[in-house]
Design a protein around this ligand. Structure first.
Ligand code: NAI
Length: 668
């Protein structure tokens, strides 16, 4: 072994060793964490590893270096988002990333082969580290995904991943990856050039890495066919195209990061050195921006929601029984199957079960790319007209008609058939859990598991606690929701729960504006300019005006909207009937082309969300949801409320914080 002074024996987050073939192994296994994130200490230790490898290469005691993970769950999830908050000025950011970049440059310049051996997720900073290696091997496993999720946090790759990914994959694939933040499967990443070699399973990784070192394998940069797009004049053309595509998805004033990334590419193209040097200065303002800070908050909120599920792993749901194969039940069943569960689906009408099952084919085809996986999924979705699955299920969810007596009767007949410890849940959207539970022998068992429509697209699921519901049942409900990859939010049983309750006054106020003559196009544009995914008028038509009127009544908006009642009475229910507040063609509302004053739109946008924010306050005061962060989380994930604003209550608080000093200054 080499006799150098660099100390790599006391590392906390890495294990470093040199084997009998003089290959150095750097195993990333972050202390006290279930996953590997590149925080300050792991990066410092990585610096020591690079230095040690440099010394070993010099005195010929190390002939290659391999990076591999010590965690079962994946390679590297990215930079440590928790530490981002420590960087408060652009200068600090530039200094921090420049130090890391200098270290990665040294890694890349090592005269010995450097190999990344990847199993599981390899994201953000993790992929940037891998790209600084000379050769990348990944398992073909479905769990192996590479990608740059930075845009979702309002930034772009800051450890020189911009230049290195473009160098390896060419600008089209690399920019696509950075602009969308998508999680790329290993085989696709191999085709793009981000990965060089695939192996069948984690067991093959070390052997393949050893071989790559011994054979001095080195990844080739993207060929001319891919890089030509990075040269003028093609570069200008594709940069414009990328801007146009990005504009279709987000507004530059809300999400500047992708646009700054395109600027960087438009300026430097295939000039790796130029791009590497310019990246920190373009990256730093984004990192300290309000937008990125709020998006990081959203990330933390999502973790907070997941943390509502106990970590003990005692309740592990595998089998689900769904009763009611209508709009909701069938999609709930399909989603559970897509998440790996076995599901029995029951309905009074067997043909509806068949129809509901057939409707899941699209989702399963999207989730499972190979035929064997798809077939296995299909066989896990079982028609069960007689309800034989009830006794075996870990979770039973009812999604039948919204009638109290019918639901009461169903549960009364069910409760003795469930196995001990199984979750008993209703998907009711407007009835109270305690009312449904009243005739039960054990009313403490019933919870609400309230999915939103469309199930596959809505990330939030409200877990409803009735007055008699036991804590333990609520927690099991959260475990189930996280097990199917949704975000649970514990909400007290109260009319509208959280999401419908805060949406109702927002939509009603907007409808009142329409009634008093304001252009619906203007209202919808103002809400979108504020950052809502869809304007309230279009949303009302999409949800269905009958549903809006019904929810409005439940929530006591008795004075409602005359226009709404009129439209409902005449059968104009919105998108589903082809006409509501808008006329709908090919699934889209027909809107009149109008231009509006920017300032007016901005003011109107802020005014439109006021009723929603006021309702959030009431929800918090009444402790319907435990705290303000969870209210914000629920509203962001349940309604799409402008994520870059950090949630309704956070937004309001920061508005107030910003205006108070200004008012004070004006008064002085
Ligand atoms: P739906 O009318 O589309 O489906 C209900 C299904 O239940 C029908 O197929 C019916 O044949 C079946 N059914 C009725 N009684 C039954 C019984 N005793 N045993 C077995 N099957 C029975 O209704 P949808 O829209 O799916 O709603 C179901 C539940 O989900 C309701 O409680 C509703 O409030 C709630 N919900 C609905 C949402 C929506 O957007 N539609 C959103 C969230 C919750």
């Amino acid at each position: 072994m080499s006799d150098t002074t660099v100390n790599v024996s006391g590392l906390k987050d890495w294990r470093f060793s040199i084997d009998q073939d003089d290959i150095a192994w750097a195993v990333f296994d972050r202390e006290g964490e279930s996953v590997n994130a590149l925080g300050r200490r792991p990066l410092e230790e990585l610096g020591a590893i690079v230095e040690r490898a440099e010394a070993g290469a010099r005195d010929k005691t190390i002939r290659g270096l391999v990076f591999i993970s010590g965690k079962d769950k994946g390679f590297i999830v990215g930079a440590d988002v928790r530490e981002f908050e420590l960087l408060t000025s652009e200068q600090q950011v530039v200094e921090a990333v420049s130090t890391v970049n200098a270290m990665l440059d040294r890694l890349e310049r090592l005269p010995i082969p450097v190999v990344a051996a990847i199993h599981g997720v390899c994201l953000g900073g993790g992929l940037e580290l891998a790209l600084a290696c000379h050769y990348r091997i990944a398992t073909r496993d479905d769990a192996t995904r590479v990608g740059f999720p930075e845009v979702k946090l309002g930034i772009f790759p800051g450890f020189n991943g911009t230049a290195r990914s473009i160098r390896q994959a060419g600008p089209v694939a690399a920019m696509q990856a950075m602009l969308t933040g998508s999680m790329i499967r290993a085989s696709a990443a191999r085709a793009q050039g981000l990965i060089d070699e695939l192996v069948a399973s984690p067991g093959n990784l070390k052997w393949a890495a050893r071989k790559a070192v011994l054979q001095k394998r080195k990844s080739a940069p993207a060929g001319i066919a891919k890089t030509v797009m990075g040269q003028w004049p093609a570069r200008g053309y594709i940069a414009d195209k990328m801007r146009a595509e990005t504009r279709k998805k987000v507004r530059e004033e809300h999400y500047p990061a992708p646009f700054r990334l395109i600027d960087l590419f438009a300026r430097f193209g295939m000039d790796s050195a130029g791009m590497k040097a310019a990246e920190p200065r373009a990256f730093a303002p984004l990192m300290v921006s309000e937008t990125s800070r709020n998006l990081r908050r959203v990330f933390r909120l999502s973790e907070l929601m997941k943390a509502q599920a106990p970590k003990d792993g005692v309740f592990k749901p595998l089998r689900v029984h769904v009763i009611g194969a209508g709009t909701m039940g069938a999609d709930i069943a399909g989603w559970c199957v897509a998440s790996g569960m076995e599901v029995t689906l029951q309905d009074l009408k067997p043909d509806l079960i068949e129809k509901g099952i057939a409707a899941q084919a699209k989702l399963l085809a999207r989730k499972f790319r190979t035929k064997p996986l798809r077939d296995a999924a299909k066989s896990r979705l079982i028609a069960d007209p007689e309800g034989k699955g009830v006794g075996r299920a870990d979770v039973v969810i009812e999604a039948i008609v919204e009638k109290l007596e019918v639901k009461q009767q169903l549960f009364a007949g069910l409760e003795d058939k469930l196995k001990p410890g199984a979750v008993m849940a209703t998907n009711t959207s407007s009835l109270q859990i305690e009312d449904i539970a009243r005739p039960l022998k054990d009313p403490g068992r019933l919870i609400g598991i309230h999915f939103f429509n469309p199930v596959a697209q809505m990330p939030l699921v409200e877990v409803i606690r009735g007055t008699a519901t036991r804590d333990e049942e609520v927690k099991k409900g959260c475990s189930f929701v996280t097990a199917i990859d949704k975000f649970p939010l514990i909400v007290k049983s109260a009319p509208g729960f959280l999401v419908n309750r805060v949406l109702a006054p927002y939509m009603m106020a907007a409808l009142k504006r329409v009634e008093s003559g304001e252009a619906k196009e203007k209202i919808d544009e103002a809400a979108r300019a504020f950052g809502m995914p869809m304007g309230p008028v279009e949303l009302a038509d999409t949800v269905g005006l009958d549903v809006c009127a019904h929810v409005g009544r439940i929530l006591g908006n008795a004075d409602g909207s005359a226009k709404l009642d009129q439209l409902v009475a005449s059968g104009k229910l919105g998108k589903k009937t082809g006409e509501g507040l808008y006329v709908w063609k090919d699934g889209k509302p027909v809107k009149q082309e109008k231009t509006f004053d920017k300032r007016e739109i901005e003011e109107l946008g802020k005014a439109l969300v006021e009723p929603l924010i006021a309702e959030c306050r009431k929800v918090l005061d009444e402790r319907i949801v435990e705290n303000a962060d969870l209210v914000d989380a629920g509203v962001i994930f349940g309604t799409g409320f402008a994520p870059f604003r950090g949630g309704p209550l956070h937004y309001k608080a920061s508005q107030t914080a910003a205006t108070v000093p200004a008012q004070r200054a004006a008064a002085e």
